[in-house]
Design a binder for this molecule. Structure first.
Ligand SMILES: Cc1ncc(C[n+]2csc(CCOP(=O)(O)OP(=O)(O)O)c2C)c(N)n1
Ligand SMILES: [Mg+2]
Length: 550
């Protein structure tokens, strides 16, 4: 591989990391890289715009657990990609974001289309670097390792247009034992989330509080997903009789039909969830990330912090912190457990019944309620389906009502929570997992932001199903206006014939306004195979159920 160019080396690393797709939008400054990536078997997928390309990279990474890769050109391309890059960082999803830049001979003084990537991306990434030929190998390894290391996030690389075809330096010598030789002389650093050790911070016995607790509750989050800690969560919950609450982005890490499943934090019925945490005498966090909190942390219940990282947020106080691989931490607790189960399954069931009553409050009988849409979609979707959501009232409902049975099957943004995520994430999920049915649950506002991406889905023959919660409103914001006694200013939308729009882009489109109509539209969801047209369902809902959720 002597004389490998920067473009070839980056493409080789991306491929060796297991990534199959690069999501981007072309520009002059990245043409060389796109061609090298293509030649190395990577599929370069062009989104309709850069921000959605970054959401695609994030969605693919969420679905697979591998890093996502997105690409933009300089100036307007890099400014446009910013939102999706920030999303990956706040959602703790490893994404390598690459932007071209003007040639190095002009980079320091030229003004047309030149923005300082280092300064622009610094606040929304874990790291932002220039990929210079002289140090390319080390910088690519550093970027990959940093993106994936706990907590994961986006790393941005700037590459000047002239750098791509220059031989890459900074490579370990062939004799170096530092890294094992990999595919094609590429040595990807370890990409595992955390070590299986247990680091204890705090004085005294960290488990004394748990032994004394009579009403402990587990609160699992995204680090539990990244560590694959589902089995250990189930083991501890069953052994010690502890109900498990999950964060929205961790949905599926604990099976939601399990007797000890206790609901999703800060989604529909959130007061019932916070009452559970307030009434507990200990909260065991298991990879819970406060970036997912929508409400302030208002409970005084003591917390035992279990995570891949120390409790540097300090959103809650914890006298002891157990730090390491979340599954290993839970297993370490389980082997030391000797007490009687703390909760009876019947008590957890009673809590779930209260939760169900809370999210069903305000139902309009005889209408198509938002929770009906989620329940009907869940019923129609096979067990291995991947669902994405957008951001708004429909997400709050779907986050609670959709029963997830496996990790990485519910893709949503609950860190940055940027609208426009659901459709591109669904497209990317289907590309990354071509055998699994994919359904997107999105608001009419978020769909309007990304509807033209459906053309890409049609072109690629991806049979994704998009259900649009059509309420003619930016409901989440309109409800807030209503609560404040204001009229709906700039929060009403509509007037688009969504089935016609879908048809115009090579998709199937249908409009429904009853539960039976939706059931019919979604029948055969599992049979939609590769090559079928994507489907857009305009579900005319009655949004009054949402009001009870504020
Ligand atoms: C990019 C972006 N802009 C604005 C917001 C603020 N916001 C949060 S929810 C929401 C309304 C979303 O409306 P819609 O997509 O129709 O979903 P609904 O609430 O009606 O279910 C808005 C504007 C946001 N989260 N992201
Ligand atoms: Mg809406």
């Amino acid at each position: 591989m002597a004389g490998t160019t920067v473009a070839a080396l980056l493409a080789e690393y991306v491929r060796a990391a297991g990534v199959g797709h690069i999501f981007g939008y072309p520009g002059e400054s990245v043409i060389d890289f796109m061609e090298d990536a293509r030649q190395r078997g990577l599929e370069v997928v062009s989104a309709v715009r850069e921000a959605t390309a970054a959401f695609m990279a994030e969605g693919a990474a969420m679905a697979t657990g591998l890093p996502g890769v997105c690409l933009s050109t300089l100036g307007p391309g890099s400014t446009a990609v910013l939102n999706g890059v920030a999303s990956a960082t706040l959602d703790r999803v490893p994404v390598l974001a690459v932007s071209g830049q003007i040639e190095s001979s002009r980079e320091q003084f030229f003004t047309h289309q030149v923005v300082d990537h280092g300064r622009m991306f610094a606040p929304v990434t874990k790291l932002t670097l220039r990929l210079d030929p002289a140090s390319a190998d080390i910088v690519i390894r550093k970027a990959l390792r940093t993106a994936v290391a706990e907590r994961p996030g986006a790393v941005h690389l700037t590459v000047t247009a002239d750098a791509w075809q220059i031989p890459a330096g900074g490579r370990p010598s062939a004799a170096s034992p530092a890294l094992p030789a990999g595919d094609g002389d590429i040595a990807v650093p370890p990409l595992a989330p955390a070590a299986g050790t247990v680091d204890v911070y705090g004085d005294g016995d960290p488990l004394a509080g748990l032994r004394a607790a009579r009403r402990p509750v587990l609160l699992a989050g995204t680090a539990a997903v990244r560590c694959g800690a589902g089995p250990e969560l189930v083991d501890l919950a069953e052994l010690a009789g502890i109900p498990v609450v999950v964060s929205p982005m961790a949905k599926g890490v604990f099976p939601e039909d399990h007797p000890y499943f206790a609901g999703v934090l800060d989604m529909a019925g959130h007061r019932v969830m916070w009452d559970l945490l307030a009434g507990a005498d200990l909260i065991l966090t298991a990879g819970f990330d406060p970036v997912e909190l929508i409400s302030p942390w208002s409970v005084a219940t003591p917390v035992l912090h279990l995570d891949t990282t120390p409790n540097t947020d300090q959103v809650y106080a914890s006298a002891h912190e157990l730090v390491g691989d979340v599954g290993a931490l839970l297993g370490w607790i389980a082997v030391q457990w000797s007490g009687a189960p703390r909760w009876e399954p019947g008590e957890v069931a009673a809590h779930r019944a209260r939760l169900r009553a809370a999210w069903q409050a305000g139902r309009a009988e005889g209408r198509l309620n938002p929770s009906d849409v989620v329940a009907i979609a869940r019923e129609a979707a096979p067990a291995d389906a991947i669902v994405t959501t957008d951001v708004g009232s429909h997400k709050i409902m779907a986050g609670q009502v959709w029963t997830a049975s496996r990790p990485r099957s519910v893709l949503m943004t609950n860190g940055l929570s940027a609208m426009g995520f659901g459709v591109p994430a669904a497209i990317a999920a289907r590309l990354a997992c071509p055998d699994r049915p994919v359904i997107a649950l999105v608001g009419d506002g978020g769909f309007a932001m990304t509807a033209t991406e459906m053309r890409i889905a049609a072109e690629l023959g991806l049979p994704v199903t998009v259900v649009v919660f059509a309420d003619g409103s930016l409901n989440r914001i309109e409800l807030r206006q209503q609560l404040m006694g204001y009229p709906p200013t700039a929060t009403r939308l509509g007037g688009t014939d969504l089935p016609a729009l879908a048809e115009a882009m090579g998709c199937d489109g249908v409009r429904v306004d009853t539960p039976a109509g939706l059931e019919k539209a979604l029948a055969g969801l599992d049979a939609r195979s590769a090559g079928s047209r994507p489907l857009v369902v305009e579900a005319r809902i009655d949004p009054s159920e949402y009001e009870a959720q504020f």
